[in-house]
Design a protein around this ligand. Structure first.
Ligand code: BES
Ligand code: ZN
Length: 590
C-alpha cells in the first residue's frame, strides 16, 4: 500500500534514509545547535531528493569531496520548507552542514532559573509530531526509519543524554563530548536529546533514572518499580527489544506529561508527588515501546494507532499492577476529559473522528486525548467481542507482524479482518474509525472507587457536602473525578470548603491543583489567583495550563487577567504550549 503523508515533503520513491551519522555542537550562548549529518540511503538517488526542514540554516551539502546543488524550493506554514537536492548522479550517501537556531520548534532552551537547580541552562528536544525537521533535515514522516550515531559536544560541566545507547565520552577544551549509537531503526519523531546538569541512579537491571541532582532522589523513589512494570508489559506484548528503559525527569517547562523517546522516556517533574500515584504515566510511555515505537502509525492521520493502542496497553499493565478498580478510575477521568474535548471541538467535528484527512491541518492544533480514549474504547469493544484470550493472541501477532514497520488504519482493518474475521459482525468498525462523536456502543467504565466519587457528587447536588471522614481514604484520582463532575460553578464558600477538605493549600499535586483552580476561577473564588499565577509560571505542561487559561477567559473577573499573565509567563513556555494558549486567548477575543 502506497503511503501518502500529508505532513511531509518526502517522496519515498526517490529512496529512503536508512542511517545518519551526526556530529553536533551545542552552543547555549547563541542557543544553537550546529552540526553535520551524513546520510545513507537505501538505494542510489538520481536527479532529485526531497527533505523536510523548518527554519534551519543550511551551509553546505556534499557527497564526499564534491558539493551538491540544493535549494529550499517550497515553503508551507505547517510543513516548513522543502530542501531539494539536485542533480544527483546515483549517490547513496551525502552530508549536510546545518544550524538549528533559537527558533527551532523542536528545541527548548531553558535559562538556569527555569531548572530545579537554578545554576545551569538546560536544553531538550520534543520532535513529535513534525518538529524533528527543525533540528536536522530529514524525511520527517513516521513511515521512514533509520538508525543513527551521534557525537554531541557540550559545554562543561553539562551532560548530554539521548534516546539512544550511550557510547564513549571525553573532554576537550572547556567542553565534553558524548557519543551515542541507536542500533534500532526509528522514525524521525523519536529522535531525542537533552543537555543539562543531569545525574543518574539505577533503579533496576534495565532501568535508570536521569534527573537534575536536586530531584534525583525523589525521582528514583517515585519510579522504583519500573523494572516490574517492564516485566508486566513483556508478558502482554512479548520481549522488550530496546535493551534499556531509562527515564529522564525534565525541568517543569516540559510541555507534555511524557514522551516515549526510545530507551529514554522523557517525563514531566509534576509526576513527583511522593506517593507513586502518577506512575501510570510511565506505563503509558513504556507501552509505546511496542505500540508506537515498534508498530508505528504510518502518518499522523493514523495517530490513534499509536495512542489508542498505547492507552489500551497501559490499562492492561495497570490492571495487572494495581488492580482493575484503580485502573478504571483513571480511565473514567480520561473519558470525562475526552467528552469535554469533543464538546470543545464540536461533537460533529473532524477531530472527534479516529481517522480523517489532515491535509492542511497542523497536528499540534488538533492534539487532544480523543484518539487515545476513543481508540481505547474501540479496542476494548474488539476485545469483548472475541474474549480476552483470543485478543491477547491477536495482540502478540499484531506486534510480531508489524514490528519495525509503519501501519495505516486501513492496513490495521485488513489485518483485523484477516485475524479476527467475526469482530465486524458485532462492532461497527466503520462507525468507530470514521464517524464523529462517541458511539453509544462504547463499553462502560466500572469501578467501585468511581461509584464512591459519583455517590458524593449526587449527595452534593442535594446540598450535602462530603465530610473529611467520607473522603479520608480517597485516591487522588477520586478527588480529581469529584472536582471534574462538579457543576461549572459552585458557591465560593464551597470552593473554600473543598480547598481545606482536600488540603490544596499544602498540595504539590499539580494535577489536582489544576482541576481545582479551574473550577475555583469559574466560581469566582478570587483568593486562588496568586496560586494560579504561581502554577502557570512554574509548570509548562499543556494539560494543566490550557484548562486554567480557558476558565480565565470564560469568567468575567479573570478575563482581563489572562493576557497579562500569559505575557509574563510566555517566555518560559514551550512553543507548542505557547501557541495553544495563544489560540485559546485569541479565540476568546482576549
Ligand atoms: N506521545 C505522546 C505525547 C505527544 C503526542 C507529544 C503528540 C507530541 C504530539 C505521549 O505518549 C503521551 O501521550 N503523553 C501523555 C500522557 C498519557 C498518559 C496520556 C501526556 O503527555 O499527557
Ligand atoms: Zn502516548
Amino acid at each position: 500500500m502506497k503511503i501518502i503523508d500529508p505532513h511531509s515533503f518526502a517522496d519515498l520513491e526517490q529512496g529512503q534514509i536508512t542511517h545518519i551519522d551526526f556530529v553536533m555542537d551545542v552552543d547555549f550562548s547563541s542557543r544553537s545547535l550546529r552540526g553535520e549529518a551524513q546520510y545513507r540511503l537505501d538505494r542510489p538517488a538520481h536527479d532529485s531528493f526531497f527533505l523536510d526542514t523548518r527554519s534551519l540554516g543550511l551551509e553546505r551539502v556534499h557527497a564526499g569531496e564534491h558539493d551538491l546543488k540544493w535549494e529550499l524550493d517550497r515553503s508551507d506554514p505547517i510543513l516548513g520548507q522543502r530542501l531539494h537536492l539536485k542533480g544527483l548522479d546515483g549517490v547513496s550517501s551525502f552530508s549536510i552542514e546545518f544550524t538549528s537556531g533559537a527558533q527551532a520548534s523542536a528545541l527548548q532552551w531553558l535559562a538556569p532559573e527555569q531548572t530545579a537547580g537554578g545554576r545551569h541552562p538546560f536544553l531538550f528536544s520534543q520532535c513529535q509530531s513534525i518538529h524533528a525537521r527543525s533540528i536536522f533535515p530529514c524525511q520527517d514522516t513516521p513511515s521512514v526509519r533509520f538508525t543513527y550515531t551521534a557525537r554531541l559536544q557540550v559545554p562543561e560541566p553539562l551532560v548530554a543524554v539521548m534516546a539512544a545507547a550511550p557510547a564513549e565520552a571525553g573532554s576537550g577544551a572547556a567542553t565534553t563530548w558524548y557519543s551515542f549509537s541507536m542500533p534500532q531503526a526509528i522514525p524521525a519523531y523519536l529522535f531525542g536529546l537533552a543537555v543539562g546538569n543531569i545525574a543518574w541512579q539505577d533503579v533496576g537491571p534495565r532501568c535508570r533514572v536521569y534527573a537534575e541532582p536536586e530531584v534525583l532522589e525523589a525521582a528514583a523513589w517515585e519510579f522504583a518499580d519500573t523494572e516490574q512494570r517492564l516485566k508486566e508489559a513483556e508478558k502482554l506484548f512479548g520481549p522488550y527489544v530496546w535493551d534499556r528503559y531509562d527515564l529522564l525527569v525534565m525541568p517543569p517547562a516540559f510541555p507534555f506529561g511524557g514522551m516515549e523517546n526510545p530507551r529514554l522516556t522523557f517525563l514531566t517533574p509534576t509526576l513527583l508527588v511522593g506517593d507513586r500515584s502518577r506512575t501510570n504515566l510511565v506505563s503509558h510511555e513504556l507501552a509505546h515501546s511496542w505500540t508506537g515505537n515498534l508498530v508505528t502509525n504510518a502518518t499522523w492521520e493514523d495517530f490513534w494507532l499509536n495512542e489508542g493502542w498505547t492507552t489500551y496497553a497501559q490499562m492492561r499493565i495497570d490492571e495487572a499492577l494495581e488492580g482493575r478498580d484503580r485502573a478504571q478510575l483513571s480511565a473514567a477521568i480520561e473519558r470525562e476529559r475526552m467528552l469535554e474535548n469533543m464538546r470543545l471541538f464540536g461533537m460533529d467535528s473532524d477531530p472527534t473522528r479516529l481517522k480523517y484527512s489532515m491535509q492542511g491541518v497542523d497536528p499540534d492544533a488538533v492534539f487532544s486525548n480523543i484518539p487515545y480514549q476513543k481508540g481505547y474504547a474501540f479496542l476494548v469493544l474488539l476485545e469483548q467481542s472475541v474474549g480476552r484470550q483470543a485478543f491477547d493472541q491477536f495482540i502478540k501477532k499484531y506486534i510480531t507482524t508489524y514490528r519495525f514497520q509503519s501501519l495505516t488504519t486501513e492496513g490495521f482493518v485488513a489485518f483485523l479482518e484477516r485475524e479476527l474475521p467475526r469482530t465486524g459482525d458485532q462492532v461497527d468498525i466503520q462507525e468507530w474509525l470514521y464517524g464523529t462523536g462517541f458511539p453509544d456502543s462504547a463499553p462502560a467504565i466500572r469501578s467501585t472507587l468511581l461509584d464512591d466519587a459519583v455517590g458524593r457528587i449526587q449527595a452534593y447536588q442535594t446540598g450535602k457536602r462530603p465530610t473529611g471522614q467520607e473522603v479520608a481514604n480517597w485516591r487522588p484520582g477520586q478527588i480529581h473525578l469529584f472536582l471534574r463532575m462538579l457543576p461549572e460553578q459552585i458557591p465560593v464558600d464551597d470552593c473554600r470548603y473543598f480547598e481545606s477538605l482536600f488540603g490544596f493549600k499544602e498540595s504539590r499535586d499539580f494535577d489536582l491543583l489544576s482541576a481545582f483552580y479551574t473550577i475555583a476561577i469559574r466560581s469566582g473564588y478570587q483568593d486562588v489567583f496568586s496560586n494560579v499565577e504561581e502554577l502557570v509560571g512554574r509548570v509548562g505542561r499543556g494539560l494543566y495550563l490550557k484548562p486554567l487559561y480557558r476558565s480565565m477567559v470564560q469568567t468575567e473577573w479573570a478575563r482581563p487577567l489572562a493576557r497579562p499573565l500569559f505575557e509574563r509567563c510566555r517566555s518560559g513556555y514551550h512553543s507548542i504550549t505557547a501557541v495553544a494558549i495563544e489560540q485559546i486567548l485569541a479565540g476568546a477575543g482576549v
